[in-house]
Design a protein around this ligand. Structure first.
Ligand SMILES: C[S@@+](CC[C@H](N)C(=O)[O-])C[C@H]1O[C@@H](n2cnc3c(N)ncnc32)[C@H](O)[C@@H]1O
Length: 199
């Protein structure tokens, strides 16, 4: 390694198999409700919306995707839980609200426009990816428009062992390093807006 080369991130997520997410969807488990305060935070810190492209990574049964659509975005929800996607589609879909089966670990989903996404949302998803930092780098380098933004919700774990899906404050700082960050912590959740740092 060159002396000035950044060290590779050691932050590891803890994936869960799609069958487990199917079971959660079957039981109607939606881990974190969407509050009006959350929506105000998102709207306040993001620019545009009407007609812009949003992708919800790990959309589950599509509750947040539908909220994004109501804000005016053209939305694609992505998940690899087949049952979650069925339940999401049962609530309605169309040209401006579509759902896509894809594993986020498999690179850029083929239907996404490269450098064409204005907002990528990942609510309580990133801790379940094997390499969360690298996934965010891919989003920055290949998914986002030059002015694009990312909205993350990350459950904060304060005690070891961490529960599945949690990250420590230090993990979250590692995750966000190299980005411009707006963050608000509420009820054990870190809500984070990321913008690529300008060089
Ligand atoms: C905790 S749920 C959150 C669902 C939704 N974002 C919400 O806020 O209610 C995590 C979701 O991420 C999906 N997920 C996890 N890992 C994934 C992966 N590698 N590819 C696609 N979806 C994934 C799961 O299937 C599940 O629906």
């Amino acid at each position: 390694m060159q002396r000035d080369e950044a060290p590779a991130s050691t932050l590891q997520g803890r994936p869960i198999k799609p069958a487990v997410w199917d079971a959660w969807a079957r039981e109607g488990r939606t881990p974190y409700d969407i509050s009006e305060e959350e929506m105000r935070f998102l709207v306040h810190h993001t620019s545009g919306r009407y007609g812009q492209v949003a992708v919800e990574a790990g959309c589950g049964i599509g509750k947040f995707s539908r909220r994004l659509r109501r804000l005016g975005y053209h939305v694609t929800g992505i998940d690899y839980s087949v049952l979650s996607l069925q339940l999401a589609r049962a609530e309605g879909y169309g040209p401006q609200l579509t759902y896509l089966y894809a594993d986020l670990e498999d690179g850029v989903p083929s239907d996404l426009p490269l450098h064409g996404v204005d907002l990528v949302v990942a609510r309580t998803v990133v801790p379940f990816l094997t390499k969360p930092v690298e996934w965010l780098q891919q989003v920055r380098d290949l998914w986002l428009t030059p002015d694009g933004q990312v909205y993350l919700v990350v459950p904060i774990g304060r005690e070891k062992p961490l529960q599945p899906g949690q990250m420590t404050q230090t993990d979250i700082e590692v995750l966000c390093s190299g980005w411009q960050v707006e963050r608000r912590d509420t009820g054990g959740l870190a809500r984070i807006i990321l913008r690529p740092s300008t060089p």
